[in-house]
Design a binder for this molecule. Sequence first.
Ligand code: UDX
Length: 439
Amino acid sequence: MRITVIGTGYLGAVHAAGMAQFGHDVLGVDVDATKIDQLAHGVAPFYEPGFPDLLRENIDAGRLRFSTSLREAADFGDVHFVCVGTPQRSGSAAADMTYVDAVIKGLAPHLSRNCLIVGKSTVPVGTAARLASMVAALAPAAEGVQVAWNPEFLREGFAVNDTLHPDRLVVGVESAEAEATLRQVYAEILDAGTPYIATDVATAELVKVSANAFLATKISFINAISEVCETVGADIVPLAAALGHDPRIGSRFLAPGLGFGGGCLPKDIRAFLARAEELGVEDVLTFLKNVDAVNVSRRRSAVDLARAMLGGSLKDKRIAVLGAAFKPNSDDIRDSPALYVASALHESGAHVRIHDPEAIENARTSHPALNYTTEVQKAFEGAQLAVHLTEWQEYRELDPQYLSTLVTTPQILDARNALDIDLWRAAGWTIRAMGRPTR
Ligand code: UDX
């Protein structure tokens, strides 16, 4: 099939390469000419394990091209996937629909033959219906152009696998014809026996926001219990493990620590609440305000704990910061808990030196006043405290014995509950962790 993928960020670029991998002819489109140029040359504009190989393989096979032209997209595609961002609107909790609307306004006037527009971006419920009206008014092919919704559940760091082998496929369609088209697009995934749910567009839109709201709630739940543990001197790590053994609860997304960040969960729960307010059903979702509040409070607790470990003041203290990305295996620093904590420490007068295996460049662009290093041992040199804020595997493999010879004071705050406490203690470190007792 001839497929376009409009918006080539973390989601769209991987989706475009994935569709090409399934044998479709794919055109990736973005307004960012630099990004399109990089992609066209087989260069990944962001860090995502496995993506560079997938990209180059499909470019070389002649199945994947890139362009900045929506007119070219309209001429080329039978199916147009919309993958542009829906960030939080500035000064509001609601989603900013500017980019999605701009795609429809730019694409629809060129659609002179029948095709299917498939939204993948996370959007407020009701968006597909609204876009369908816009398309009907703008597209020369009018009702020959249909709008469907096909939420994307991929996780950064696992985007290639999640695209090629998703755990479920959800399509929101308004006609049998649209469903047949999507079955054809995803034939390979369906043949693999992937659970498949076809529903209406509003339900498909809601599936995505509900999934993210649930995941966020699960994380904030365990982090709320973590605060209770801190108050009574109990230990959140064995507690979470014990809960996780109950198959009704499950152990995934139950890791206590610094909470969630990134380009999805934080803004999605806020946008869900904002949409619920518009619809007059905000009362039933009030708990999401608490989910958000608990999440943000963990970041402040980490700063408070760091201050306490440094004797009550952060002023002029040298702190090694491990991690800037919002989670490991990503260079994404959008709403990163790690960067939030690092800049709060800096603003309180501490001298931070931040290490991250992949996210330094992005972090430097967004927080130019902070200090960075690409060598982890440099972060430790002369430090009075180290704070572990993003749980990269490389930090689990550090040698605390050696690092203790570099620092001024061997003490570390494990805000992700991912380090081997006994190992660090045995090497002479004082280690504190979120939700765990001081021993
Ligand atoms: C998320 C959803 O998982 C995905 O389905 C959706 O499509 C987009 O949003 P992503 O943002 O890539 O994906 O990251 P995810 O792995 O879900 O982690 C989100 C945040 O939660 C990270 O900051 C992570 O550190 C944090 N987290 C996750 C926890 O604090 N504890 C956990 O147990 C799990």
